[in-house]
Ligand binder design. Structure first.
Ligand code: VG1
Ligand code: CO
Length: 581
């Protein structure tokens, strides 16, 4: 029988959840009471009515400090009156799998989960000197909305005590099974379950696995998947190899590691180096002919990068292409799409598809939490972000493996008659066909990481100021480049949720040009050090004779204008971005 102890504590500064939870260096989380304060503040924000008797999921991408954090949360949940904790084997569950487990899994006694602590800092590196993170997801499987995260933050500022079952023994999370305890309020169960089966079942109900199997079995089609040592590895083997028959050798870095092998588990052309080389996109050519299709995931497997042979698909194009082809290629969507949505900085490629197909369309602030309300209200089927996030209303998180299966489904559909004879329809062909129909949105993002926070703030207030005078803006532009069109509108993006009416302000500064080009500036909400400025640059070209230009080349004039207009170098001292995606 465990006993409940009330421990005194004092607040920590800076426990405000960002775009996707609280992310800090591991050493910050290792301070006595730091994690405890955040967890108790979350329980208090949810109110005891929602916590007592609840079934909660606790797991994550397996990064360093996860195992300690899981034991702490198990003991605190017990003390707060939670009835059951579900843990993925070894504490591993991808972010999309957590969302799936909340929505789909039914316990042996008929129980259903109503929330989850997800332990991840996503694409940030892991290890003793790197990042850890925690966020709470709600009963719909999606990230807590701002009303809750604001409450959590307010609680962290006034917290005086937390509850913990100190004498509860550590639970073995490396073996499947239920450990039963008894506390002052009755039974408390901790169940360790297989991390992938619920998710695999869901994927099988969405996609036509047989047609993907046929594609993968064709000698013409070659495939490669890089989990960057993140939790996606735990799913990739089950789905791509065991279910779909891909060769074991198609998997790269698919053993989850606490420090992601020392790498940066962010699936982009900079950090997914091994895959990029294999796909023939590196500086030197690989020895073997590159695969026809390649993909990568981030640490918690909610992001995806899609590559063809020597070809990169921008995430903004990817979601547009999936939306344009979903009804024919993916059984889950066969009766039509309810609507589509993108985050504000994501390119307008999806907008054009929505217009052409007469679909409802929404533009939301950065971060997946805003899509959930639309989906719950039946307004949106497919959505995406420029930051390598794509997903649908099958869950309430973005989903890296889902995106790969969506692309494989489109490839299988386009090649259904050609696998035995004709030339393969490639990833590149599909993208070119798309541009020919809808036009192309050239797109790039410049990230300035770990910039002095004060300088970044000044830059943003300068931009807020200048966007209010289009005359001033256009004067600077004309003084920089004559080949860039005029800015016809500018604002600080604000979103009113059409479902619950809640308003989110200060979501980035937009400059909209006469020819459809856009510049967007915003501060990142996921970093753990200094500030990160993101600059998003986009240009729309409808003329199909001009859609195959090199992207950085096509965007160079707009980049020049953006840097001049924002005085970026003056404010930050940076002459070049840290990462370009
Ligand atoms: C970034 C991305 C955003 C994404 C968020 C969480 O946020 O820009 O599109 O939703 O990360 O993704 P920010 O505030 O740093 O720009 V993940 O895979 O880190 O959960
Ligand atoms: Co992620």
């Amino acid at each position: 029988v465990f006993v409940v102890t009330r421990k005194e504590t004092t607040p920590f500064d800076g426990q405000k959840p960002g775009t996707s939870g609280l992310r800090k260096k591991v050493v910050v989380f290792q301070q006595p009471n730091y994690l405890h304060n955040f967890v108790q503040s979350t329980f208090d924000a949810l109110t005891s009515e929602k916590v007592k008797g609840a079934t909660l999921v606790v797991s994550g991408d397996g990064r360093y400090f996860s195992k300690d954090a899981i034991q702490i949360i198990i003991k605190m949940a017990a003390a707060n009156g939670v009835r059951r904790i579900w843990v993925g084997l070894n504490g591993l569950l991808s972010t999309p799998a957590v969302s799936c487990v909340i929505r789909e899994r039914v316990g042996a006694d008929g129980s259903k989960a109503t929330g989850a602590f997800i332990l991840t800092a996503s694409h940030n590196p892991g290890g003793p000197h790197e990042d850890f993170g925690i966020k709470y997801n709600m009963e719909n499987g999606g990230p807590a909305p701002e009303a809750i995260t604001d409450k959590i933050y307010a609680n962290t500022k006034t917290i005086k005590e937390y509850l913990i079952a100190e004498n509860l023994p550590d639970v073995d999370i490396s073996t499947i099974g239920v450990t039963k305890f008894t506390g002052p309020e009755g039974s408390y169960d901790v169940e360790v379950f297989d991390s992938s089966s619920d998710y695999v079942e869901l994927m099988k109900s969405i996609f036509d696995f047989e047609s993907i199997q046929k594609l993968l079995a064709s000698p013409k089609f070659t495939f490669c998947y890089d989990a960057l040592h993140g939790v996606a590895g735990a799913y990739a083997k089950r789905i791509f190899v065991e279910e779909l028959g891909a060769k074991e050798s198609s998997l790269l870095n698919c053993t989850p590691k606490e420090d992601f092998g020392g790498g940066h588990p962010d699936p982009n052309l900079t950090y997914a180096k091994e895959l990029v080389l294999r796909m023939g996109l590196g500086k030197s050519n690989p020895q073997d002919e590159p695969p026809e299709f390649g993909a990568a995931a981030d640490g918690d497997a909610d992001r995806n990068m899609i590559l063809g042979k020597r070809f990169f698909v921008t995430p903004s194009d990817s979601v547009a292409i999936i939306a344009a082809n979903a009804v024919q290629s993916i059984p889950y969507f066969s009766s039509g799409l309810k609507g589509v949505a993108r985050s504000m900085p994501t390119s307008a490629a999806l907008d054009v598809v929505a217009q052409n197909l007469s679909l409802k369309f929404f533009e939301v602030p950065t971060g997946w939490k805003f899509f959930g309300n639309l989906m719950d209200a039946g307004l949106c089927s497919i959505c995406g972000e420029e930051s390598f996030g794509t997903g649908s209303d099958h869950i309430r998180e973005k989903d890296g493996i889902w995106a790969v299966l969506a692309w494989l489904s489109i490839l299988a559909y386009k090649n259904k008659d050609s696998l035995n004879g004709d030339k393969l329809v490639t990833v590149e062909d599909i993208v070119h066909q798309h541009w020919a129909t809808y036009g192309r949105h050239f797109y790039t993002r410049y990230d300035y990481e770990n910039v002095d926070a004060a300088g970044a703030k000044e830059l943003m207030s300068y931009l807020v100021n200048i966007q209010s005078s289009l005359q001033e803006v256009n004067k600077i532009i004309k003084g920089t480049r004559l080949d860039v069109s005029d800015v016809v509108d500018a604002d600080e993006f604000e979103y009113k949720d059409p479902v619950d009416g809640s308003v989110s302000k200060h979501q980035g500064i937009r400059f909209l040009f006469a020819d459809g080009s856009r510049l967007v500036f915003r501060l990142s909400g996921t970093g753990s050090e200094g500030a990160t400025i993101r600059l998003y640059i986009e240009q729309y070209v409808k003329d199909s004779s001009k859609t195959s230009r090199d992207s950085q080349e096509a965007l160079a004039p707009l980049v020049e204008v953006a840097l001049k207009l924002s005085k970026l170098q003056e404010f930050t001292g940076r002459s070049a971005p840290t990462v370009i995606t």
